[in-house]
Design a binder for this molecule. Structure first.
Ligand code: MG
Length: 314
């Protein structure tokens, strides 16, 4: 039997996609962005790759994180949910506390992940129950993510996902768009749900928000010269930090109610998109790079005044 590179939980039969919501763009340095875009377009598709987060980057802001599905689901055992909630309440403030040193924080994150792994092990989820948990969840894909992903597949654009989520949940979601086992250029760096005889045996906890910057550095991947980087947290910006990639256009998604964080995002991301953003901007950029015309619908959306400043840079 052929080994599945991206094992799933089953099928995401209840696939949901966010509707288009008006979004606002903030461009950090238009001149600099213009030259980055020009370089990316002139190098073309063969020198471009995607590096992206998953939770609330590929999924919308209204979506629970892939990890939280199990904590929040009515179908999970109550004892498991209580434990997960306790850990969540205790460790999330630590994760977000900027005053805690990174080594200290990593220690806490490691401790958290070990407790979570134990709780999952004790709960003995089956694959079909896990799949049902996904199908009854409120995970939504961002609007226009599907055409973006399909274009990457078609053009063999390397698609590297670095996520603190769960592999099988992410695979099941992406497999609803395309047969990802045949997408040779995709890599997924995340936590693994290991099943034995249909029972969840173990969680291999490999990625936390605080270790994300180190993951790709040791991956052995030959990186291309241009990156489109996508994330929804300041920490996502550092996913490519140690890779020495000459050119990168970074796009950060920011929820409206987090606008007090805008100053921080503006320091990092070339483009910050505020609201519950769609994939219109990444799709426009990708289309220019691969030389493929935008659909009528996307052209119309992109002609709105919200994109005036960005349009002028192409
Ligand atoms: Mg995220």
């Amino acid at each position: 039997m052929q080994i599945q590179r991206f094992p799933t939980l089953g099928e995401w039969t209840e696939k949901k996609t966010n509707s288009f919501i008006e979004e606002k763009l903030v461009i950090r340095n238009p001149e600099e962005l213009k030259s980055k875009i020009e370089k990316m377009i002139s190098d073309g598709a063969k020198q471009t790759q995607i590096v992206t987060d998953f939770d609330q980057t590929i999924s919308s802001f209204l979506s629970p994180a892939t990890f939280s599905l199990f904590r929040m689901s009515e179908l999970s055992p109550q004892d498991f949910k209580n434990k997960m909630q306790q850990y969540y309440d205790y460790y999330v403030p630590i994760e977000k506390d900027q005053s805690i040193k990174i080594d200290e924080k990593n220690k806490h994150m490691h401790e958290w992940y070990q407790k979570v792994s134990e709780a999952f092990h004790e709960a003995k989820f089956t694959k079909s129950l896990s799949c049902q948990i996904l199908n009854t969840s409120h995970i939504y894909l961002r609007q226009l993510f599907e055409p973006f992903f399909n274009k990457c597949v078609e053009e063999h654009i390397p698609f590297h996902i670095v996520s603190g989520g769960l592999d099988r949940v992410i695979n099941t979601i992406l497999a609803s768009i395309h047969d990802i086992d045949t997408y040779d250029e995709m890599t997924l760096h995340t936590n693994q749900m290991l099943f034995q005889d249909d029972i969840l045996e173990k969680m291999e906890m490999l990625v936390t928000a605080t270790t994300k910057a180190k993951i790709l550095e040791t991956s052995g991947i030959q990186f291309r010269n241009n990156t489109i980087l996508l994330g929804d947290l300041p920490s996502d910006f550092y996913m490519t930090k140690f890779l020495n990639i000459p050119n990168q256009v970074s796009i950060g998604f920011l929820a409206q109610d987090h606008s007090y964080q805008l100053e921080e995002y503006k320091k990092l991301y070339d483009i910050t998109i505020i609201g519950d953003p769609s994939f219109l901007v990444p799709l426009v950029l990708l289309s220019k790079v691969i030389g493929y015309p935008l659909s009528e619908e996307c052209t119309q959306l992109f002609n709105s005044k919200n994109y005036d400043e960005l349009r002028e840079l192409f």
